[in-house]
Design a protein around this ligand. Structure first.
Ligand code: NI
Length: 650
């Protein structure tokens, strides 16, 4: 099999890379790998690549020593057996920043906390026995940064705990309020324990969600099968996918999860690039409860844990429906051993209702075409929450990303008869703190070529005048975002503000620059106060749109090391130099999300909430690019009498 420069590293390459790091840098047995992934070659060489040519394969890793605490970002050339770059991360000096929390540490924290006499006394004061403690669920939560002496230079997590009568119980129904242990992961000990004087009883009502908890499922659901007798319409060659006019390469990293590379649309005989690389680079959840168990909660799920590392193995018939293609993803575990993440990425086609239609009653011309979309997705479980990331490609040239938010909310015990002022009650004695979810997608744009410009548009009513005698005219404004600091923008629903990514070096069928429009959804911005730790650490969530001149070092909206970082890194820092972004190699970053006020329907598992955006062709094509779709005649579609669906028949 020939290798493409953007192919994810194989298991063999990952193993070689981790061994090389250890050998060439003389690393000891306490070395742990936070992230290991392909070090992507520069765009120029990727674009110039011809199949069969030799490829230089390099691996990038974020690693650290569990004893000394030293942390590094390194790149190794696997073929040449040579370190390409090696940068120590200053974890002991401001602004700090640690590699992500690794899976081994998840398990370590429970042991450390349960051995701590102070913690044991605290939970016993809340009514638990030694036997109960065995079954307590301890959640290691990224500690954040609050400028306290105890945090500085340490590798930490904060541990919150949940009572379980049975190990199979849903612990989130039984939070142990008022007890938080700050754990030094390298020293393996509790360095600070919060044990509030007031004891709030642990809510005891079971709120399980497994099938045993719902022994009488509804009986009114009949089978719904997706049948594709001739197979799916996509073609897969290694990591390359062709589907109708679309083509792209699937990528995957430990930190971001799914990556779409070199997304292009075939327009006639011409392959037209749209995006060079697309991924979700961060996702953060700040909580709005000031009490001891919650004020510090603000997990950066990509940079502090790794969305790719925590990807689920998807099961056929459960997560996806129909003819599925799964991608197995090679990965490295915490110690640098290769593993295969089975079925980590799911790809399939979905019917999506009507794409276009017209009935001309004057001459009885009736044409309708159904829409179909290609779905490329993965799911990551980060502690209590589960996030799905679904990229959709449509036949009319539309690109969509939908984040699906589900799983279990963070919970707080509430004293009987007391109100819960920091969120919504979801069950007896159980509240859910109000919080926000922010995602940031990074789109290295390439509309019809490497140099693009972003323009901003608004609808503005035109005053009455000679050119508007009836008062019905309104204008669509247009301005170029020329510099990075002009391009940190907020949405404005009242004026319908929107953005286009255009290529000013090419003309479309009507003489304008071809482009794509960024269609954003109503989406919140950071509500925490300016100057607060989370505002500084997740600066990317203070604007909806950012545009930067491409720099290969600027990979993540929250910066390289968000875990315990004091703040100021990421997008606000990237735009500080105010580089030119007009007719440049540019990256468009979009922050979107959801403000979540908890309610009983969110429990025990919340139904999927959606967040996302679309990119729609805007002057990119000379006409509706889906006019050539064949009319459908689906023999499986019947009316209730068993007749064929006449409207869809030819
Ligand atoms: Ni939520």
């Amino acid at each position: 099999m020939t290798v493409h420069p953007l192919d994810p590293l194989s298991q063999a390459e990952l193993a070689q890379a981790c061994t090389l790091f250890k050998e060439l840098k003389g690393l000891g047995p306490d070395t742990r790998f936070g992230f290991v992934q392909l070090a992507e070659p520069d765009k120029k060489s990727v674009l110039a690549f011809k199949p069969g040519q030799p490829v230089t394969r390099c691996a990038a890793a974020t690693l650290f020593d569990r004893k000394s605490g030293a942390a590094y970002n390194g790149v190794v050339d696997i073929g040449a057996k040579k370190i390409v770059s090696w940068v120590e991360q200053p974890t002991k000096t401001a602004p700090y920043g640690q590699p992500p929390v690794i899976i081994e540490e998840f398990f370590l924290v429970g042991d450390v906390v349960k051995k701590d006499p102070g913690w044991r006394a605290a939970v016993k004061r809340r009514g638990l026995t030694d036997a109960d403690i065995e079954r307590v669920q301890v959640d290691p939560f990224s500690a954040g940064y609050f400028d306290r002496e105890v945090e500085k230079g340490r590798r930490l997590v904060s541990a919150v705990s949940y009572y379980r009568e049975d190990l199979k119980d849903n612990g989130y129904a039984h939070p142990i309020e008022g007890v938080v242990a700050l754990v030094d992961l390298n020293e393996g000990k509790v360095v600070e324990l919060v044990d509030e004087a007031e004891v709030i009883p642990i809510p005891k009502r079971k709120r399980n969600y497994n099938r045993a908890a719902y022994p009488e499922p509804r009986t009114t659901v009949k089978p719904l099968d997706i049948v594709q007798p001739e197979g799916p319409s996509f073609k897969v060659d290694g990591w390359k996918v062709d589907w109708q006019n679309w083509s792209f390469r699937v990528g995957f990293t430990a930190r971001e999860g799914l990556v779409l590379n070199q997304l292009a649309f075939k327009d006639g005989a011409k392959e037209r690039p749209v995006i060079y690389r697309a991924s979700v680079t961060e996702m953060v959840v700040p909580y709005a409860d000031p009490t001891v168990n919650h004020f510090w909660k603000n997990a950066f799920d990509a940079g502090e844990y790794g969305l790719g590392k925590l990807a689920n193995a998807l099961e056929l018939g459960c997560d996806c429906l129909g003819q599925i293609h799964y991608f197995d993803v090679p990965a490295a575990d915490d110690s640098g051993q290769p593993i295969l993440m089975k079925n980590a990425i799911c790809m399939h086609e979905e019917d999506y209702g009507i794409l276009w239609k017209h009935y001309e009653f004057r001459n009885e011309t009736y044409e309708v075409r159904r829409s179909r979309r290609l779905v490329i997705s993965f799911f990551a479980t980060v502690g209590n929450y589960d996030y799905g990331f679904y990229w959709y490609l449509y036949q009319d040239g539309t690109i969509q990303l939908e984040a699906k938010l589900t799983g279990i909310i963070q919970t707080a015990a509430v004293a009987p008869g007391k109100p819960y002022p920091w969120g919504g009650m979801v069950s007896e004695g159980l509240g859910g703190p109000t919080h926000q979810h922010f995602f940031n997608v990074r789109l290295h744009m390439m509309v019809d070529g490497e140099k693009n410009t972003v323009t901003e548009h608004e609808f503005v009513p035109r005053p009455y005048g000679r050119d508007n005698p009836y008062g019905n005219v309104f204008d669509t404004t247009s301005r170029v975002l020329a510099r990075e600091r002009d391009a940190a923008r907020e949405a404005e629903g009242r004026t319908g503000r929107y953005w286009k990514i255009q290529n000013p070096n090419v003309k479309n069928s009507v003489g304008n620059a071809p482009g794509y429009k960024l269609v954003i959804n109503a989406s919140p911005l950071m509500l925490a106060q300016e100057g607060s730790p989370i505002h500084k650490r997740a600066g990317f969530a203070t604007k909806h749109v950012w545009v930067t001149q491409f720099d290969p070092a600027e990979r993540y909206a929250s910066g390289e090391f968000p875990n315990q970082h004091a703040g100021g890194d990421g997008l606000p820092k990237f735009i500080a130099n105010n580089r030119n972004i007009e007719n440049e190699d540019i990256v468009l970053w979009h922050t979107f999300g959801h403000t979540h006020v908890c309610k009983p329907e969110d429990f025990p598992i919340m139904p999927v909430e959606y967040a996302g955006f679309m990119l729609k062709p805007n002057g990119f094509f000379a006409e509706n690019p889906a006019m050539d779709l064949p009319p459908d005649a689906n023999p499986h579609s019947k009316d209730q009498r068993g007749d064929g669906c006449s409207c869809c028949a030819d």
